[in-house]
Design a protein around this ligand. Structure first.
Ligand SMILES: [Zn+2]
Length: 199
């Protein structure tokens, strides 16, 4: 049963404007390689859409080839067992209120509009606790946070609908705030504490 890593905002055009997630693809490849080295079954899916044309993480993008293929992959793997979908993004250090953090999670917990009483909870309380343990062991809990997302995070929403566990990971783009070795260390702890349970 694999970990499926997605990157939706990897395509950059501008040299001056921040028109993409500048560190997301690099971070995703790093985690992918760590999981591979641990003999984990892992799939890395990087969207080639430019965010200003098609935001692959929005409902409007569900009919794109990339999203359809991703959905098929998730559903096929779900037949074999529990799947974890990690959607990786990155943020600039000048982001208001959050820019000082090394990394943070965006979790999903919202009521279903179709079936009353049903909730879409991206990951379980146990998964969240394991992830937070990894944070404590690596980047430190004052340098991270878990925030609540909304239904606009469409990969998380559709993954949750298929029964997969899912969360967004946002990493700081500043190497001064989160250096490469520290990011690698964080990923090793996340793998040991959380992802190995899905491998
Ligand atoms: Zn993003």
């Amino acid at each position: 049963m694999p970990i499926i890593i997605t990157v939706t905002h990897a395509v950059c055009f501008s040299r001056t404007e921040r028109d993409c997630d500048r560190r997301a693809a690099v971070a995703a490849r790093m985690l992918h390689d760590i999981l591979k080295a641990k003999k984990c079954d892992v799939v890395l899916e990087i969207s080639s859409s430019y965010r200003e044309e098609v935001d692959s993480n929005r409902k409007d993008a569900r009919d794109t080839l990339w999203r359809k293929q991703l959905n098929r992959t998730i559903r096929e793997q779900q037949k074999l067992g529990k799947v974890f979908v990690l959607d990786i993004h990155s943020f600039p250090p000048d982001m208001p209120a959050m820019g000082h953090l090394k990394a943070y999670f965006v979790e999903l917990d919202m009521p279903s509009s179709l079936s009353p009483g049903k909730r879409y909870q991206g990951w379980s309380d146990a998964d969240k606790a394991w992830a937070w343990l990894a944070v404590k062991e690596s980047i430190g809990e004052t340098n991270s946070r878990v925030v609540l997302g909304d239904g606009h995070n469409d990969i998380m929403l559709t993954s949750s609908m298929t029964g997969a566990s899912t969360v967004i990971l946002e990493v700081n783009e500043s190497l001064d705030i989160l250096g490469e070795p520290e990011l690698g260390n964080f990923f090793i702890h996340l793998t040991d504490e959380l992802f190995m349970k899905y491998c």
